[in-house]
Structures are given as structure tokens and as C-alpha cells.
Design a protein around this ligand. Structure first.
Ligand code: BES
Ligand code: MN
Ligand code: ZN
Length: 506
């Protein structure tokens, strides 16, 4: 699909369906009023009769036999004063999914006035792309496909060049999100660590990036005993993919994105109960997010250096599997007592974090479907966010506030460090049930040293059970949007996070 930009007036545009906004508690105005004149007041009627109130994602489909647009799809955007550009991803996505499933191939979207033009267009384009993804690719007959092949965004009163720039950005982000979702939904028999590394190579090369994949022999030589410990239980060898983007060769600053690429997590010897074990095919969502974000960054070419690391392994209870009580030695020399082999994500991330530092990372952010405890704490509403650096994490939380993904900070008090002290090794890999998300964060913190670092626990947000109006159910593409936003912010405003007190919560 392609998203186009047009300066046509909404009221005279020829299209399969024209999408216009309405607001709660506000009479029909702006572009919607222009269209409503052609419809003889039908939009105003829909509001006046209470058929819809203009709340977010309420919809009404009106037919218009005599107008050049065959249909008008009215979508609520809530209160006008509270509108932010990020809402337009759902707006466009809801339109494309509803209309596309009903066979409408060409859709034209009007933007509400009063927003940043580039951001508004970017979110609308992103939402159009993410609405399209078919997640039923393994079916012999697809499930009610979204038939839309062309989406046009009207500039309205906005500057056309700004809208064009936004559409380009949003199309790249939307495509990247879909790449991450497709990788994530691929089941374990078709997504081994080797295949994930192959995908990293393909996707990165398509964006003109360098890729280096470490095999187990190179991991051994680097002393990555923690990652190799997890891999021992499986016949499939582990991989560690490293993707490099050099957008600012004159700078020594490097942002590292690190993503858990566990292609199937059975729990290992500490085997999981069977009930939801199949969902653990999604345990490489973080790795997929890093690959996809690197692709987007390669396409958008912001002025900064970024490396993406994807440690990947299966966690299986094979005859050589690590056992509870075993002690592993990570790349930085720290020893880890394995209490529970199901706490494997932190083990593969530990070595990847050490390696990110060796490769020159000056800021790190990792993402992982790491703990069930985080799902209990925040549900599916937000990703747990932990850090060793207040200034860095506060900046992160601010800039991703409207990116379409939610992040909520959890503390890394010294109490959690105490909880993961081992009697006989430096660390143990679990700290019991209390504060399970935070003790996992505390564990990772032991491998980043002083480097400013953020940990994102996406266990509750990487995939969703229910279908939404704007996206198919399953993988969500979290944290691709946040990662791209962070890279762009470093490119625009520099890496310095001076001026804010360091780590009051650590
Ligand atoms: N991949 C799981 C975490 C997970 C759980 C992701 C639910 C998505 C949904 C992780 O490897 C895991 O098994 N964590 C354990 C840690 C525990 C043994 C300390 C958990 O959360 O139960
Ligand atoms: Mn596990
Ligand atoms: Zn896991």
C-alpha cells in the first residue's frame, strides 16, 4: 500500500470513502462542516440524535449517492482541547480497518485542524499501515482481509510539504511496526535464533545497515557464559546479532538498543505450566522491535549513531540444559546462581548489555518480555520502565508521551539489589515473587555499570489478546515507535541529559 498526499478540497474529492472527524461537545465545524453541507446536514444529525457523541473511536458510516465521495465515515476524536497528534494513528487505523474489511479500496482521510502538520500526517500514515497487516498468514484462506490499496491524506489548511514529510515518516514507522509484528507472530518452528539472525541481516541490509552475527564460538571467546547457559538446553544454537547505523561519524556518542530475542521460552528445567505456554513464541518481541526500529532509523537517517543488539536463544529442557543451582559467568566476570531456569531473559540480556558497552554504547535502552510480574503490576496498559539515570528516563518518558505506546516508571530501590544477592555467587537470577519486575531490572542494572540505561519490560504490551478497532490482535510492535522517537530526539537535541539530578530512585 501507499499513502498519498492531496491538496483537493474534501467536499469535492472523488473517493470510495471520505473520513472526517467530529468532537465531543462541539458542533460540526471545519472540514467536517464543508462535507456536511454536501450531505445536507447528515453529520450534524448523527450528533444531534445522539447516535454518536464524538467520543474517541465512535464511528458512523453515511452513504452519499450524489456526492463525488461515495461514503463519509465519521469518527469521534473526543474533546477538541485534549486532542494530540498521536490520536490520529487510531483515527486512520479505525477507518482503514472498518472500510477495508468491507471491500473499500480507496480511502481519503481529512485531518483535524490545529495540530503540528508533520506529526498529524505521520500518525495518520502510521495508523493506515498498521491497520492493514494481515496476521492470518498461516491460514489457507485469509480471514476477512483489509482490501484497502490506496490511502490519501488531505492537506486541508496545513502546509503541503509538512504533511508530505509526515506521511513519509509515518509510512516508514508503520512499515517498521508491521515488520516487528510479523516477526513476533511467527511461531517457534519457523523462528529459531538462526532464522531471527537471518531476518536481522535481511531487514538491516534493506535499510543499508551493517550486520554482524556472533555464533556460539565467538560468544565463548567473549566469555558470554550467561547467554550460552540458556542456550545449552536446546539443539538450536544461540545467535547475537549486532546492527550498526552510523548517522554521525564525527561523534563518539552511541545509542544502543538491546532486545530480548528468546524464540521460544518453555521455562527450561523449571518448566512452565502448559496453559499459556504457546504464547512464549512471542518472547522474541523485544528483539524483533530492535530489528524493526533499526530498519526505520536506517530509512529515516537521523544524525546520530545507533547500534542494535539482539541476543537470541531457545529456552528448552534438553539433556544439557542448565539446572537450578548452576552458576554461570557473564562477560563482565560476574557470577550468577540460577535459581529458576525460567528467568532466562535477564541471562541472555546480561551478556548483550556487556557487549553493547564494549561496542561503545554511551546510552542504552533495552526491551524485553521479561516478567509476568510486570503484567500484574501494569496490565496491558503500559510497559514497565526502569533506569539507573533520572535525567535520561525523565527525558525518555517526556518524548514518548504521545508516541502511541505507554510507559510507566517503576523504581529500582537498593532493596531490590539486596533481594537478588546470592549466598555463593555475585547474583541470583530471581528474587522471589515480591517486586518481580523490579528485581529483574535490578539484575540487568548489574551489567550496565555507570552507562545511562533504561529497561523496558514489555511483557504486557508486546502482544494483545483482543482485537482493537485499529489493529489486528496479536503482536503490537511495541517498542518500535518509542525507539524511533528516542533516536530522533537524540539526533535533534543531542545526547546530553545534564541539569537533572542523577538517579534519586536508584
Ligand atoms: N518470558 C517470560 C515472561 C513473560 C510472562 C512474558 C508472561 C510474557 C507474558 C520470562 O522469561 C519468565 O518466564 N519470567 C518469569 C520470571 C520468574 C521465574 C522470576 C516470570 O515472570 O514468571
Ligand atoms: Mn522464562
Ligand atoms: Zn522469557
Amino acid at each position: 500500500m501507499q499513502v498519498h498526499v492531496s491538496r483537493d478540497a474534501a467536499a469535492s474529492v472523488t473517493t470510495g470513502a471520505l473520513v472526517v472527524p467530529v468532537f465531543a461537545g462541539t458542533p460540526v465545524d471545519g472540514v467536517s462542516a464543508d462535507v456536511d453541507r454536501v450531505l445536507g446536514g447528515a453529520i450534524a444529525d448523527v450528533l444531534a440524535t445522539g447516535e454518536i457523541a464524538g467520543k474517541p473511536n465512535e464511528t458512523s458510516l453515511l452513504h452519499s449517492k450524489d456526492a463525488p465521495f461515495k461514503r463519509v465515515f465519521v469518527i469521534g476524536l473526543g474533546e477538541r482541547e485534549k486532542l494530540k497528534p498521536g490520536a490520529l494513528a487510531k483515527y486512520a487505523g479505525t477507518a482503514v480497518r472498518y472500510l477495508g474489511k468491507r471491500g473499500i479500496e480507496q480511502i481519503t482521510i481529512a485531518l483535524p485542524a490545529g495540530l503540528d502538520a508533520t506529526l498529524a500526517a505521520s500518525f495518520a500514515a502510521e495508523g493506515a499501515f498498521t491497520a492493514l497487516l494481515d496476521t492470518t498468514t498461516y491460514r489457507t484462506e485469509p480471514d476477512r482481509p483489509v482490501k484497502t490499496t490506496a490511502v490519501t491524506i488531505l492537506t486541508g489548511d496545513y502546509d503541503a510539504a509538512a504533511v508530505e514529510a509526515g506521511v513519509q515518516r509515518g509510512s516508514i514507522i508503520g512499515e517498521a511496526v508491521n515488520k516487528a509484528r510479523l516477526m513476533a507472530l511467527t511461531p517457534g518452528n519457523d523462528m529459531t535464533p538462526t532464522i531471527l539472525a537471518e531476518r536481522a541481516k535481511e531487514v538491516a541490509k534493506d535499510a543499508g545497515l551493517e550486520v554482524d552475527v556472533l555464533d556460539e564460538a565467538r560468544m565463548q571467546a567473549k566469555g558470554m557464559g550467561s547467554l550460552l547457559g540458556v542456550s545449552r538446553g536446546s539443539d538450536e544454537p544461540a545467535t547475537l546479532s549486532v546492527i550498526t547505523y552510523k548517522g554521525d561519524p564525527s561523534s563518539t556518542e552511541v545509542l544502543a538498543l538491546v532486545g530480548k530475542g528468546l524464540t521460544f521460552d518453555s521455562g527450561g528445567i523449571s518448566l512452565k505450566p502448559p496453559e499459556n505456554m504457546h504464547e512464549m513464541k512471542y518472547d522474541m518481541s523485544g528483539g524483533a522491535g530492535v530489528i524493526a526500529a533499526m530498519w526505520a532509523i536506517g530509512k529515516l537517517r537521523p544524525k546520530l549513531n545507533v547500534i542494535g543488539l539482539i541476543p537470541s536463544s531457545e529456552n528448552l529442557p534438553g539433556p544439557k540444559a542448565m539446572k537450578p543451582g548452576d552458576i554461570l559467568r557473564a562477560m563482565n566476570g560476574k557470577t550468577i546462581e540460577v535459581i529458576n531456569t525460567d528467568a532466562e531473559g535477564r541471562l541472555i540480556l546480561a551478556d548483550a548489555l556487556c557487549y553493547a558497552k564494549e561496542l561503545g554504547a554511551t546510552k542504552i535502552v533495552d526491551c524485553a518480555t521479561l516478567t509476568g510480574a510486570c503484567v500484574i503490576a501494569l496490565g496491558h496498559a503500559a510497559s514497565g520502565t526502569m533506569s539507573n539515570d533520572d535525567a535520561y528516563v525523565e527525558r525518555f518518558l517526556k518524548i514518548v508521551g504521545d508516541c502511541g505506546e505507554r510507559y510507566w516508571r517503576l523504581p529500582l530501590y537498593p532493596d531490590f539489589d539486596t533481594q537478588i544477592k546470592s549466598d555463593i555467587a555475585d547474583l541470583k537470577n530471581t528474587g522471589g515473587r515480591p517486586g518481580g519486575a523490579e528485581t529483574a531490572g535490578a539484575f540487568l542494572k548489574a551489567f550496565v555499570g555507570d552507562t545511562p540505561w533504561i529497561h523496558l519490560d514489555i511483557a504486557g504490551t508486546a502482544y494483545l489478546d483482543g482485537e482493537s478497532s485499529h489493529m489486528a490482535k496479536g503482536p503490537t510492535g511495541t517498542p518500535v515507535r518509542a525507539f524511533v522517537t528516542l533516536a530522533e530526539d537524540f539526533a535533534q537535541h543531542g545526547f546530553s541529559t545534564n541539569g537533572v539530578a542523577k538517579a534519586a530512585l536508584v
